[in-house]
Ligand binder design. Structure first.
Ligand SMILES: Cc1ncc(COP(=O)(O)O)c(C=O)c1O
Length: 367
């Protein structure tokens, strides 16, 4: 049988992003057992590096086994019980997924909607919380990957700090590339995915729970409906008890550890500045070529730029040709803008001028 040999592509879509050789090498190092004390040292290092990246002191901070959606499920299933109210902002695919998952937990979901490409209206979110005083949580997506919108969080966080409700935030397309300040912004439950700005393959979902969220978990009347994602069980493996729960994905945790070390070496602030600078450079290059921008000005994500190619371009044909003839992946549009936009990710390893120049150079062939 032939050896598996996928081509080395430039992954400028909505994720996965390219992974450094350091991370790939770490992932190919020998396996340790998931109960080996030497593996536990690595687990502890991962938890601390994740706290640094989330900018939190939360003890309960670890990577959930599974992709970003497992992080979303873990976030919601642990705090929601049947009959609870959950206010969720929806301005794209991932807000809608959050509302769907909350509904599957048996919650009564109150959605606050904004048009795709626009941020959620903070005042409307506050009004929805005031109109539903017992609501257990308020959930928003910080970086809406379907539209490229960056959601401001501070005002909502400050309001929720003074209430019983939990502030739950999806940072899948932000963590490690866009500043996320869990403690300063009053976020109680926050999750991400490894395959975007962290530049690690897909497979783990970093998550953090504040002491307020842990109290909600402790006061539950019913068991968490998912055994696999039940934090009361998982904390016995990730915490000091070290009780077996499930076999940890060892090589993924090695990869995440190395990816987080790279972030620590670069410095989080430097890394976020690099993402912003690369996105600004891309935006200038695309604007010069006649591209239009989907996300409202002032709310554009550094990690993902959603654009309308110039009039006359066959949006899908050019995207496919970029992949076939240039080894460059850019993402297709979703939902209402499927076939109309591209989603260009500059995440982790790829957030740099050199990678942008490769893309812009290729695009000139179509102009
Ligand atoms: C904002 C957001 N949330 C959740 C997810 C789900 O993550 P995954 O596809 O890794 O399960 C994604 C994936 O793109 C995302 O962009």
């Amino acid at each position: 049988m032939k050896e598996l040999k996928p081509p080395p592509l430039l992954l400028l879509g909505p994720g996965p992003s390219n992974v450094s050789y350091r991370v790939l090498r770490a992932m190919s190092t020998p396996l340790l057992g998931h109960m080996d004390p030497r593996f536990m040292e690595i687990m502890d290092e991962v938890c601390q590096l994740l706290r640094d990246t989330f900018q939190t002191q939360n003890k309960m901070t670890f990577p959930v086994s599974g992709t970003g959606s497992a992080g979303m499920e873990a976030a919601l299933v642990n705090v929601l019980e049947p009959g609870d109210k959950a206010v969720i902002g929806v301005n794209g695919v991932f807000g809608a997924r959050m509302a769907d998952v909350a509904g599957r937990c048996g919650a009564q979901v109150i959605t606050v909607e904004a048009p795709w490409g626009q941020p959620l209206d903070g005042q409307q979110m506050l009004e929805a919380m005031r109109a539903n005083p017992g609501a257990k949580l308020c959930g928003v997506v910080m970086a809406e990957t379907s539209t490229g919108v960056l959601q401001p969080l501070q005002e909502l966080g400050a309001f929720l700090k003074g209430t019983e409700a939990l502030f739950l935030v999806d940072t899948v397309t932000a963590l490690g590339g866009v500043n996320v300040e869990v403690d300063n912004w009053g976020i109680d439950v926050c999750y991400s995915g490894t395959q975007k700005c962290l530049s690690v393959p897909p497979g783990l979902a970093p998550i953090t729970f504040s002491p307020k969220a842990m109290q909600v978990l402790a006061k539950r009347q019913s068991k968490v409906q998912s055994w696999y994602l039940d934090l009361t069980l998982l904390q016995k493996y990730w915490g000091s008890d070290r009780l077996y729960h499930h076999t940890a994905p060892i090589s993924m945790i090695y990869g995440l550890c190395e990816g987080l070390r790279i972030i620590a070496e670069e410095g989080l602030a430097n890394r976020c500045a690099r993402h912003s600078a690369a996105a600004a450079y891309l935006a200038r290059g695309l604007a010069d070529m006649g591209f239009g921008f989907y996300a409202a000005e002032g709310y554009r994500l550094p990690s993902l730029t959603c654009v309308f190619p110039p009039a006359g371009w066959d949006v899908e044909a050019v995207r496919k040709q970029l992949l076939k003839d240039y080894d460059i992946e850019v993402g297709a549009g979703l939902g209402a803008v499927a076939g109309k936009v591209w989603r260009i990710g500059l995440m982790g390893e790829n957030a740099c001028v050199q990678k942008v120049n490769v893309l812009l150079g290729a695009l000139k062939d179509f102009a």
